[in-house]
Design a protein around this ligand. Structure first.
Ligand SMILES: Cc1cc2nc3c(=O)[nH]c(=O)nc-3n(C[C@H](O)[C@H](O)[C@H](O)COP(=O)(O)O)c2cc1C
Length: 524
């Protein structure tokens, strides 16, 4: 997108709007005096005659948004990540598309067995080996073995970046991954071959990741032979993670916090921790949650985000792991078409996830299940009319049938659950209700047409904001939404909007139109 270089000063609002989009050109700010009237406008290309030069904005490449050290550390072109999406919704294809477009994508390993994660990594190594990519390492308090096994696979297969999420405390597997292979290079600088990108929404968790690993944990890993004494020694000078992503109101698990409130607090904390430890390398704080338009991406960079991470909008792309019918639903969402609904993994504790509300009954049905769970001691306590309604509308089977299926599943995977459920009717009810919550995600992945009204789609307000932005453009059509085009357009648009803001700071009367950016097919 090169500008036609014209040696004319642009004072016409429409021309200023157009000029703002030429982010790769020098943009001169000029003043024209006529009588008592003084106007500030812009000029592209050569400085025209008859105007005073106020200043020149140099090119603003989308590559320069964010902290340049992010791109250096991770080997990307842009300071832009696609976040992990559980159950393989962030597919190998999503991660490959991100890599081919100069971004860092994280494979959605949560909820998958270690063997499936290993297969995905093998495919990524074979297909895009050499380009940057990462995998999610999710904290699994109920299945600590899975967490350790996945971390080991990622170490052994040479995965260079891990998105660590759902951690309340640092665990040995995350430290093992973070410090394995740490060494001094020929110049004596500490080289870390693997990087943890930690997702946080609370300062206390950010602090743990930005600090060196707990000494007792490092010592134990050395005793177990999982770290060498040399790795441990160097590791004492390094934070567990040099990158933390502040995740605001997002799709899926979220504390629903606003980015503008949370980001500055955690960025301040990072600066304080860097001073406390005297680190020689920068700590980076990235932003996620609610980023679905160029304006929101520009705002995140303006807050000081070292990098941005998108989630919901990538689920709506052709490479995502959900079925086309589910993507079509996502494409109809408006910004307020989301709701909090009980999470399958922490149903009993009352933890919620943010999901799509429009076009599916999932949120309402899942909330009903939670109410019934709170109100009754067992399924036998549920009044017959309620029970009949549940069986007809939600389960489409008798509760006895669902329990039989659930029992078979847990007998194989975790027999202790079955034992407990036999003695405790409330636990049995929780397992049966969780059957629905778990299946609802599967139906959206498989595209089960009989269960369209039950699709559970984790989704934040970013999706509706994206849809509103894309309306009328080529990205309106769900079939045209690709991870690469979405990223390139968000970044190009963020650069244009940043430039509009720069011009305002020079006193140019920048029209509101300059803060919009219409999606267009962009070359890599
Ligand atoms: C469908 C879906 C599944 C997600 N699963 C995970 C996950 O397994 N692990 C994780 O760290 N984040 C997960 N996230 C969060 C994203 O990685 C990202 O941080 C978030 O979506 C950003 O906010 P946004 O949805 O507003 O763009 C998920 C998000 C979505 C939409």
């Amino acid at each position: 997108m090169r500008a036609t270089v014209s040696a004319t000063a642009l004072f016409d609002p429409a021309e200023i709007v157009a000029a703002v989009q030429h982010v790769r050109e020098n943009l001169h700010v000029v003043r024209r005096e006529s009588g008592s009237v003084s106007e500030i406008g812009v000029a592209l290309g050569e400085l025209p005659q008859g105007v005073d030069w106020v200043g020149t904005l140099p090119p603003l490449y989308p590559e320069w948004l964010g902290d340049r050290s992010f791109a250096e550390a991770h080997g990307t072109r842009f300071a832009y990540c696609t976040g992990a999406m559980a159950n393989g919704i962030a597919t190998v294809e999503v991660v490959e598309a991100a890599a081919r477009h100069g971004c860092l994508g994280f494979f959605g390993a949560a909820g998958l067995l270690p063997g499936r994660v290993a297969q995905a990594v093998d495919r990524l190594n074979a297909e895009i080996g050499g380009l940057p990519f990462g995998v999610n390492l999710i904290h699994s308090p109920q299945e600590p073995r899975v967490e350790a096994e996945v971390a080991e696979i990622l170490v052994q297969k040479g995965v260079m970046a891990v998105e660590a999420s759902a951690f309340m405390r640092i665990t040995p597997p995350v430290v093992r991954y973070a410090l394995a292979g740490v060494r001094r290079d020929e110049q004596g600088a500490i080289h870390r071959p693997r990087r943890v990108v930690a997702k946080v929404s609370r300062p206390e968790v950010a602090r743990q990741f930005l600090s060196p690993a707990p000494e007792s944990m490092v010592r134990e890993l050395v005793q177990q032979g999982l770290l060498s004494p040399a790795e441990a020694e160097l590791g004492r000078r390094l934070p567990v993670a040099e990158d933390v992503t502040v995740e605001a109101d997002s799709g899926g698990h979220t504390d629903n916090r606003p980015l503008v409130a949370m980001f500055p607090a955690i960025a301040d904390l990072a600066r304080q921790i860097a001073r406390e430890h005297g680190y020689t390398r920068p700590l980076r704080v990235g932003a996620a949650g609610g980023l679905g338009t160029p304006a929101s991406v520009a705002a995140a960079y303006a807050l000081g985000a070292a990098y941005v991470m998108t989630g919901s909008v990538n689920q709506g792309c052709v490479e995502s792991g959900v079925a086309p019918a589910a993507r079509a639903l996502l494409a109809k969402a408006d910004v307020a078409d989301v709701a909090m609904a009980p999470a399958a993994d922490m149903f009993e504790m009352g933890v919620n996830v943010q999901v799509l509300r429009r076009g599916t009954m999932f949120a309402a049905r899942a909330q009903k299940l939670r109410e019934l769970y709170l109100a009754h001691r067992s399924m036998d306590d549920i009044p017959p009319n309620e029970r009949a309604k549940l069986e007809k509308e939600v389960f489409q089977a008798s509760l006895a049938d669902i329990w039989a299926q659930t029992e078979r599943y847990f007998t194989e995977r975790d027999p202790a659950q079955v034992e407990r459920a036999r003695k405790d009717g409330k636990h049995q009810m929780a397992l049966v209700f969780r059957w629905y919550l778990g299946k609802a995600s599967r139906w959206a992945i498989d595209g089960d047409p009989a269960r369209l009204m039950d699709y559970q789609l984790w989704c934040g307000p970013a999706m509706g904001a994206f849809n509103a932005w894309a309306r009328g453009s080529f990205l309106d059509d769900p079939a045209q939404r690709s991870v690469g085009q979405v990223a390139l357009n968000l970044l190009e648009g963020a650069a244009a909007i940043t430039r509009a803001g720069q011009l305002r700071s020079f006193g140019v009367a920048v029209p509101a139109e300059a803060f919009g950016f219409v999606p267009r097919p962009l070359a890599v």
